[in-house]
Ligand binder design. Structure first.
Ligand code: FUL
Length: 701
């Protein structure tokens, strides 16, 4: 009895004490994410599937006149897509329900241009429905890409197309369950079929769609759908199609300026520190050079090390990662893509296998109201809902982690408690090595998540110093790991004369073969440039001798060197520097043309001998603001530099956003002279650049 009384008194005291210790949480600072956006941030990684008529026509952008009868996957299995995505740790799939050519993957009642007029399932199929069901089964969220640009619709550019577009939106948002993200692509306007008009139509994207009304309609039907891209969106493009966010990456955007056309897309990589709205970045990239499946890219799946970089430069830089898996003609995610995705998943899993700070002794120089509720211990409790916070007036601060014995560290992960806004502007990380502190990272923003890759250190302690912030500090997580060393493949290049140069990172050794066998550390060691002017397959590895780890094998197939090639003539009067287009160096380029004339420009090359070829490639200039990229081309061959035969003509689709090597194939022919014609360029300029021109030699050669 007596004991019971004592317990009650103690409970009351505890209650009183805790009331006293109750300190209000920090007030939100600046724009904050909505619940919908928070859920979206938590998804981090999801798949894009580009699959449509283009898969069957081998195009990146359809013109709009392709027949729906070409759509005929033989083994379409959306459950396979879902399984692949799920196993990779992805949280959803966004499908190209309608790409720019207007073909619909669902039997829309507003058009005949859909699966219903394809041989697939005798016109009874519905890809969107099958995917929605597979997503449900695998507990994935469904997202939809509906291209605002429609190169098929006769009414595109006129008011009636807006009605059509909205009707389709309604169909997609009503009939397929929850849609977590609606994807509005920015590519819009240009030439197209347009119901047979075959003309160029341009619209003002910001006005034509009356986005305010369109968004309102979307939210009325489906309030939980997050809208991405064009218009007053809730998430933004990251400004490139390489899946890379800026190191500094604010979730904020001056969207009013953007909607007034005052923001250049290159600013999307970083967002705006003073943005008035929470519009976080989503980094989209394809696992291959193109967005749609092309057999010619089966051996061009991005290398593992590039995929790992993409992961760290998107998710590790406060952006979501939208990774495209171009479903192939069978209707399946291709084996080669699955292999790479599995390798990526394995590396990421291994990198984050063991968290190292949870067992450390933690201390901080300030805690909000000295309350346990905001203590630094919250940083390592693996609960993102708790956080360490400083007093309102304290905008800088340090947290230290001491280890019982020194440990190896090469990754540091941080998260802000973004419900209360994104605040940190600068921070650094120090490690105590042999009793002395050394700076191992000097960084800017954090946001939802930031992962730093640092050189491996053997640390007795770690210290994170927040040196600049918009307001008090509100940090939910700090973690550290010791990831495995990933040795990157050597870089290989060959110049015009056939001199091959190889380079490896961090002074790693290089071993190579030219007889087709896989190189090992027993193979020829690369020491200096090698003369290889003949058609040759070079295989090489980089090797970290200290850790005894080798890279993956780099394989390059060279045709005969361009030693005998010469630029013979050009529409440009001055073509002294035109040799740069055939120098084997992808970073040099030649710009030609003339803004005062509208005629096509050309360059004629003598290959020095007759060669059997079945295609050519155009490598676009990569860096700079004025890229002067060719968008419409023609390619001719000749055996005497007099009589020319056109071998290929068409468009380099999507070259502006995704300036990858453009490969065009045709039937095998023999030729000594080639003529590349630049018919038009992006941004309607009559200036063109070429980084490198090449031919595809027929393999029997
Ligand atoms: C681009 C489009 O033009 C491409 O075809 C692709 O869909 C990519 C994701 O967005 O802007």
């Amino acid at each position: 009895m007596k004991d019971k009384g004592l317990i009650i008194i103690m409970l009351v005291i505890a209650q009183l004490y805790s009331c006293k210790a109750q300190v209000d949480p920090p007030a939100a600072f600046g724009p904050t994410p909505s619940m919908k956006q928070l859920n979206w941030h938590n998804m981090e990684f999801y798949a894009f599937v580009h699959f449509s008529l283009n898969t069957f026509t081998n195009k990146e952008w359809g013109y709009g006149d392709e027949s729906p009868e070409l759509f005929n996957p033989t083994e379409l299995d959306t459950r396979q897509w879902a399984r692949v995505a799920k196993e990779a740790g992805m949280k959803g799939i966004i499908i190209t329900a309608k790409h720019h050519d207007g073909f619909c993957l669902w039997p829309s009642k507003y058009t005949e241009r859909s699966v219903k007029n394809s041989p697939w399932k005798d016109g009874q199929g519905d890809v969107v429905r099958e995917l929605a069901e597979a997503c449900k089964e695998y507990d994935l969220k469904l997202g939809i890409y509906l291209s605002p640009w429609d190169r098929n619709h006769p009414g595109y550019g006129k008011p009636e197309y807006i009605t059509y577009f909205r009707n389709q939106l309604k169909e997609l948002l009503t009939n397929y369950g929850d849609v977590f993200e609606m994807w509005f692509d920015g590519a819009n306007g240009g030439d197209g079929y347009y119901g047979g008009a075959n003309e160029t139509r341009k619209i003002n994207t910001l006005e034509y769609y009356d986005w305010d009304a369109t968004y309102k309609m979307i939210y009325d039907i489906s309030p939980n759908t997050l809208v991405w891209g064009i218009g007053p969106s809730e998430a933004r493009w990251i400004g490139n199609e390489r899946g890379r966010a800026g190191k500094t990456n604010w979730c904020l955007l001056r969207q009013k300026d953007e909607l007034a056309g005052k923001v250049h897309y290159s600013e999307f990589m970083n967002g705006h520190e003073d943005g008035e709205k929470w519009v976080p970045g989503e980094a989209d990239v394809s696992i291959r050079p193109g967005w749609f499946y092309h057999e010619a890219e089966d051996d061009k799946v991005r290398p593992l090390e590039e995929m790992v970089d993409i992961y760290y430069e998107s998710i590790g830089r406060n952006a979501n990662l939208l990774l495209n898996l171009p479903v192939d003609k069978r209707g399946l995610v291709n084996e080669n893509d699955i292999v790479r995705l599995k390798e990526l998943t394995a590396v990421i899993k291994a990198d984050f296998k063991e968290e190292l700070l949870a067992k450390s002794k933690i201390s901080s120089d300030n805690t909000r109201g000295e309350s346990e509720q905001y203590a630094a211990e919250n940083l390592i409790d693996s609960n993102t809902e708790t956080y360490w916070a400083t007093d309102d007036s304290i905008h800088t601060g340090s947290v230290s982690f001491e280890f019982e014995k020194p440990i190896y560290i090469n990754r540091v992960e941080l998260q802000e408690y973004i419900r209360l806004g994104q605040r940190v502007k600068a921070f650094n990380v120090e490690a105590k090595v042999d009793g002395a502190w050394q700076t191992i990272a000097n960084e800017t923003t954090i946001g939802y998540k930031r992962i730093l890759r640092v050189d491996r250190v053997k640390a007795e302690a770690l210290r994170v110093n927040f040196t600049d912030s918009k307001s008090s500090l509100v940090i939910s997580t700090i973690k550290a790991y010791n990831a495995l060393t990933l040795v990157t493949m050597p870089k290989i290049s060959r110049d015009k004369r056939g001199l091959v140069t190889m380079e490896a990172d961090n002074g790693n050794e290089i071993y190579y073969t030219i007889d087709g066998t896989d190189p090992t550390t027993q193979s020829q060691r690369y020491k200096e440039t090698i003369q290889l002017p003949q058609a040759v397959m070079v295989k090489a590895i980089a090797h970290n001798a200290e850790e005894k780890i080798s890279s993956k094998i780099k394989v390059i197939n060279y045709g005969k060197s361009k030693e005998k090639w010469k630029v013979l003539s050009s529409s440009a009067h001055d073509f002294k520097s035109a040799d740069r287009t055939i120098d084997g160096n992808l970073s040099t380029f030649w710009t030609f043309g003339d803004n005062s004339t509208k005629s096509p420009q050309n360059i004629v090359i003598d290959m020095g001998e007759t060669i059997t070829i079945n295609g050519f490639s155009y490598f676009p200039k990569q860096l700079g603001h004025d890229l002067n990229l060719v968008s419409q081309y023609a390619f001719y061959t000749s055996s005497d530099n007099k009589h020319w035969v056109k071998q290929s003509e068409g468009e380099f689709s999507n070259i502006k956003n995704n300036p990858v090597k453009q490969i065009k194939t045709f039937h095998s022919i023999t030729a000594r002279y080639i003529k590349f014609v630049a018919k038009s360029g992006i941004d309607d300029k009559n200036m063109f650049s070429i980084a490198e021109l090449d031919i595809l030699e027929t393999s029997e050669n």
